[in-house]
Every structure is written in structure tokens, then in C-alpha cells.
Design a protein around this ligand. Structure first.
Ligand SMILES: *[C@@H]1O[C@H](CO)[C@@H](O)[C@H](O)[C@H]1NC(C)=O
Length: 410
């Protein structure tokens, strides 16, 4: 039996077992919660909230810490999820230690890393934006005026991506949730106030990893996913990008004007892919990286096309692949000792998704020496590095604007 067949069987068994337990423990509460959220009612309209908005630093030049954006809206997957999946019935959860062990307070919060992640470093933890981390949509309540995080672990551009883990919020649904938030903003700030707020806000997108890792590239033994039979890599790439562009058009129509779009990272270098496709400490799975590079080129073309179609908006492309590739080529330049295995997990390269499953994982002592925290997610240190890079970096890491320039561009 080949390793990936064993893997799929373990995974399936764990998946079914945990789903039953999880669903029994929590479906009632979460189903009710979900139903409340579905109808878009986020809470009472409160006139006091407007004065709260007017006190924000971006409206107050004298404040010592001017914010570059009045609000941040985050669309994405587990790389940006700050707690949405805590409210869903899914295996893709990071609510048990050692997730979060290096987070302030040392507690798991639903972030898929050992500590702070991208949206945190963008927010108040850093000197960058000067805003708090945007709250997860599913538990944001009234707290929406400085932005919201819609990102959800295992989510993709396609609704079906990530289904193997359970519930998630795919891109289409994240856009629907944003429409609900927009209605709420409009009720509080009026249409002009809402347009003004959204026009200056950061819209941040990290999508696509799960459409490949948790959908297109899935195999059952030697049998490739149905999608691989249906679409060539180039057709699948077009399917993803045409859908992605449509969703961005919808957000533009609702008032988004500053959009930062992350390319895919080197997915062939993930411990998970090295494990199931016979990679080694020194070799990534090149066939996968080739598909990712082609996707990124096409994504950049879409970003250019969106820009050409909408001169009153600003679009920028942020190249995660380049940064991760550079880290893998020269680990010591970044203070790293291991760039091929997860700090936490089991199996070769700790490439199995078992981090935090009781009695089934190893965990390294110092995650700051590692590129990867678990089978697919980077360590907090890498998020910090990446945020610094995309805040001030230059071409070709950011094309054409870094996140700081994007705030000032019009
Ligand atoms: C994806 O889900 C949304 C509902 O969230 C639905 O409106 C849409 O039609 C679905 N797309 C596909 C291709 O099934």
C-alpha cells in the first residue's frame, strides 16, 4: 500500500470519527448561531457608534498614530482566519494547543499557527496600520466599523474546495457576508458615509491554496480527483481566476476601491505535499510549483485587467511565492534552521494534519527556527516577515504597490 493510500485512510477514519463527536457536541448551538448570521441581522443600530467612528485616528490628524486605512476587510482561507472556523462544524479548527502556544496569553484562538498571523501583524500588533485585528465575521457582533475578517480555514474560490474537512465559508459566501456588513454600515453611516469608508479601506485577498491542495490535487490512492479528470491545469486555473475576478467585480460594485491580492505560495514545498508526493528535505514537488507559478502569472494578468477596467480603484498583487522561495533557498539569512518539515504534526516531515490531535503529534521546541508550523501553515515568524515585506517591499514583491503605498494611492 502506498503512503498516500494509507494517509487517505487514516485521514478518512479520523475525519469521520471527529465529525461525529464534533457534530454531536456542538451542532445545536452552531446551527442556531448560523441561522442568526444568515439573515444578515448584525445587531441594533446605535447612534453612538457614529461618534465612535469619528474618534478614529484616520479622522484625527493630531493623533500620534495615524492609521493608513479606516478599516480592513479580509477575504481568505486559514492563512488569514482569526476565528471564524471556531463557529463551524469542521475538522479545520485550531482551538487546541499547541496552536496558539506563542500567542499573547499562550492560548489557542482558532488561528492556524503558533502565534500571531498576517491580519494581526497588519493591525495593532505592529506599527503598520494602527487598527485592531479585524474581528471574525461570525463573532463580530456590532464591531464592524474598523473592518471584518471573513477568512475561513479550508475555504477556496470554489464552493467545493475544503469540503473534505466539513463546513467553511467559501469566497462566494464571504462576499455575501460582506454585503450584509455593508447594509449594516449603510444603516449606521448612510450611503455617502459608507462609500467614503469603503473607498479608503483595505480589501485583502488570500485565496486559491485550498482550490489546489484541498481539491484539485487531492488523490484517492492513484485515482486523481474528479476535477483533474474534468479540467487540465490550465483550464482549472481559468475556472478559478474567472470566478475570483467576478467576486472582485461584485466587491467593486459595492464600493471596494483598494484591493490587495496575494498570489499563491510554493505549494509544492509544503510538508504535506513532500510527504504524499515523495519530496525530500532538499526537493519540493516541482510539478506542483510549476502549476502554481503559471496560476500566479495569470492572476497578475487578471489584476492588470481589473486595473485597466476600473481606473477609479487601485489593485495590487503581492508575490508570496517569491518570498517563500527565497526563504527556502537561504534559511540562515532569515534565522531559520528547518524549512522543509512542520514544527508540529506527525509522519514524514510532520506532513500529516495531526497537530493538536491528542497523543498523535510531535512538536518542536522553538517554532521560530521553522518555516512551517504544521503540515501546511507557516509559523508566526514567517507571517511577521511577510507582513513587513508587503508593507514596505518593492517591485517585484509588490506589483505595483506595497500595502503602505496602496493606502496613499488613488
Ligand atoms: C456557491 O454557493 C453559493 C451560495 O453560497 C451559490 O449561490 C452559488 O451558486 C454556488 N456556486 C456554484 C458554482 O455552485
Amino acid at each position: 500500500m502506498r503512503i498516500h493510500q494509507i494517509y487517505i485512510q487514516i485521514w478518512t477514519a479520523a475525519f469521520v470519527g471527529c465529525m461525529v463527536l464534533d457534530a454531536a457536541a456542538s451542532s445545536g448551538e452552531f446551527a442556531r448561531n448560523g441561522a442568526i448570521r444568515e439573515n444578515g441581522k448584525l445587531g441594533d443600530h446605535d447612534a453612538a457608534d457614529i461618534s465612535f467612528l469619528l474618534r478614529q485616528p484616520w479622522n484625527q490628524q493630531s493623533n500620534h498614530r495615524m492609521s493608513y486605512y479606516p478599516a480592513i476587510f479580509i477575504f481568505g482561507d486559514s492563512l488569514s482566519d482569526v476565528g471564524n472556523n471556531n463557529n463551524l462544524v469542521t475538522l479545520a479548527k485550531a482551538t487546541r494547543l499547541p496552536y496558539g502556544r506563542d500567542f499573547p496569553g499562550g492560548k489557542p484562538t482558532g488561528r492556524f499557527s503558533n502565534g500571531l498571523i498576517g491580519p494581526d501583524f497588519l493591525g495593532h500588533q505592529s506599527e503598520y496600520i494602527g487598527l485592531p485585528t479585524p474581528p471574525p465575521f461570525l463573532s463580530a457582533g456590532n464591531n464592524i466599523l474598523q473592518g471584518v475578517c471573513f477568512a475561513s480555514g479550508s475555504a477556496g474560490i470554489l464552493n467545493s474546495s475544503g469540503n473534505i474537512y466539513g463546513e467553511h465559508i467559501p469566497l462566494t459566501k464571504q462576499v455575501t457576508y460582506f454585503a450584509n456588513v455593508r447594509q449594516e454600515l449603510q444603516a449606521r453611516l448612510g450611503e455617502e458615509g459608507t462609500k467614503d469608508l469603503l473607498g479608503k479601506s483595505l480589501f485583502y485577498f488570500n485565496f486559491g491554496s485550498n482550490d489546489y491542495v484541498t481539491n484539485y490535487f487531492l488523490t484517492n490512492g492513484r485515482v486523481p480527483s474528479l476535477l483533474q479528470a474534468q479540467y487540465t491545469p490550465s483550464q482549472f486555473q481559468d475556472l478559478l481566476l474567472s470566478n475570483f475576478a467576478l467576486r472582485i467585480e461584485e466587491l467593486y460594485a459595492m464600493g471596494a476601491r483598494k484591493m490587495a491580492i496575494f498570489g499563491l505560495s510554493a505549494l509544492g514545498c509544503l510538508p504535506f505535499q513532500r510527504l504524499i508526493r515523495n519530496g525530500s528535505p532538499t526537493t519540493c514537488v516541482e510539478s506542483i510549483n510549476e502549476i502554481v507559478r503559471s496560476y500566479n502569472v495569470a492572476l497578475l494578468n487578471h489584476v492588470h485587467a481589473l486595473q485597466a477596467a476600473h481606473p477609479d480603484a487601485v489593485f495590487t498583487y503581492l508575490d508570496s511565492y517569491r518570498l517563500i522561495d527565497s526563504i527556502i533557498r537561504q534559511p540562515s539569512a532569515y534565522g531559520l534552521e528547518n524549512v522543509y518539515a512542520g514544527c508540529c504534526g506527525s509522519g514524514r516531515f510532520n506532513g500529516l494534519p495531526t497537530c493538536s490531535v491528542p497523543r498523535s503529534y510531535n512538536v518542536c521546541e522553538d517554532a521560530s527556527k521553522y518555516l512551517f508550523w504544521d503540515f501546511v501553515h507557516p509559523t508566526s515568524k514567517i507571517y511577521k516577515l511577510a507582513t513587513a515585506k508587503f508593507w514596505t517591499g518593492s517591485y517585484p514583491d509588490a506589483i505595483p504597490y506595497n500595502l503602505r503605498e496602496l493606502a496613499l494611492a488613488s
